[in-house]
Design a protein around this ligand. Structure first.
Ligand code: NAD
Ligand code: DAU
Length: 349
């Protein structure tokens, strides 16, 4: 793998993956990061990488739906590997305005697959990043395995399911060398403050209310983002072509318990001026339509076949994450004030 196209590298997981690839992994090639820079993309996340790896890191602001632009990138950089993160990723937004989800997640993935097929001679791997939400919702018992039938419930998860099917179909029909990973909820550094954990940390630090949907008893299986990165790289190196791998954290938690935990850890790190516990900021609000009750991942296949296990527990991961947000107040304020977007305007138009 000499020339890897990473799509969506300025988003939350993409940023962590590019940082991991270049700074910590045994990958020795170059990364071409293609990102449209939607509200969720922030190239400042990688400005130190741009300085430290001038030969091995290239960024281009391009939409994955742009056929000509993407064709030039495949050609100019002789792309031999693709790791495809770019997506509209937030469920609540997909409920209000699904259009961009259909475009980027389905049409964008189709466009990349077509280009990968056109460049199949040199293509080593097309790795597609997906989600456990494609499997729908679990009851109190059981886990999602790689054999669980797809039953997506939101426009977001339906668009991701469609893209997974396309990727698999390109393997079956055209022999494209693909792997797919379906991962549970991620958290950690650089997460845009719209997802549960990042939103709760930043609201709690500002003394704002902490909106918990419905009865707060929905369950997610949380994974520290660095563990997702090591899993993806393991699959890319050793995964069997045409296969799907589940990635999870074995960290199931009810939302309300998680938000209380965040409040308590923040109180430990930094007391509020009025000394009141942050738990009093928790407010139950109207439920999300079609809200999936429980996700839980069985990642036995990834452990058995590729010897991957997550390193962080929810407790260690939450401590690290809170410390990161406390240590990176400038990043927080540029995101919250929208200054990062003015910077993008200035640099990329
Ligand atoms: P994110 O929203 O933080 O980042 C998405 C990135 O994609 C942004 O940088 C955005 O600018 C870019 N992008 C969007 N549309 C684009 C387009 N048309 N062309 C080029 N770039 C575009 O998302 P994330 O949380 O980092 O998720 C990354 C991937 O991982 C997604 O495919 C998502 O479905 C998947 N995933 C996320 C989670 C999670 O918990 N966040 C869990 C499992 C899987
Ligand atoms: O499971 C993987 C998926 O996890 C990814 O594919 C998605 O890209 C990612 O956004 C995430 O989806 P969720 O909907 O599970 O994540 P979110 O952080 O939006 O919500 C987590 C849980 O918290 C969910 O039960 C809804 C609830 N919630 C969320 C927000 C933003 C609240 O109670 N209050 C909130 O303000």
């Amino acid at each position: 793998m000499d020339s890897m196209l990473v799509t969506g590298g300025c988003g939350f997981i993409g940023t962590n993956f590019v940082r991991y690839l270049l700074k910590e992994s045994d990958f020795s090639g170059r990364v071409i990061n293609v990102d449209k820079l939607t509200y969720a993309g922030n190239p400042e996340n990688l400005s130190d990488i741009e300085k430290d790896f001038p030969e091995r890191y290239i960024f281009t602001k391009t939409d994955i739906c742009d056929q000509e632009g993407m064709a030039r990138i495949f050609e100019d950089y002789r792309i031999d590997t693709v790791c495809h993160f770019a997506a509209e990723s937030h469920v609540d937004r997909s409920i209000v305005r699904p259009d961009a989800f259909i475009q980027t997640n389905i049409v964008g993935t189709f466009n990349l697959l077509e280009l990968a097929k056109a460049n199949q001679g040199r293509l080593i791997l097309f790795h597609h990043i997906s989600t456990d939400e494609v499997f729908g919702s679990l009851g109190k018992e059981g886990f999602f395995t790689e054999e669980t039938p797809y039953k997506p419930n939101s426009p977001y998860s339906a668009s991701k399911a469609a893209s997974d099917h396309l990727v698999r179909a390109y393997y079956k029909t055209y022999g494209l060398p693909i792997t797919i990973s379906n991962c549970s909820n991620n958290y950690g550094p650089y997460q845009f403050p719209e997802k549960l954990i990042s939103l709760m940390i930043l609201n709690a630090l500002e003394g704002k209310t902490l909106p918990v949907y419905g009865d707060g008893r929905n369950i997610r299986d949380w994974l520290y983002v660095k563990d997702h990165c090591t899993a993806v790289w393991t699959i890319m190196k050793h995964g069997k072509r045409g296969e799907t791998y589940n990635i999870g954290g074995k960290n199931e938690m009810e939302n309300i318990g998680l938000v209380e935990m965040i409040c308590d850890v923040l109180d430990e790190h930094q007391k509020r001026e009025d000394n009141l516990p942050r738990r009093e900021l928790i407010t139950f609000v109207k439920d999300r339509p079609g809200h999936d009750r429980r996700y839980a991942i069985d990642f036995t296949k990834l452990t058995r076949e590729l010897a991957w296990i997550p390193e962080e527990s929810l407790e260690t991961g939450i401590h690290k994450t809170i410390q990161w947000y406390l240590d990176n107040q400038e990043w927080v304020s540029r995101i919250k004030s929208g200054e990062y977007q003015s910077w993008i305007e200035e640099h990329y138009g």
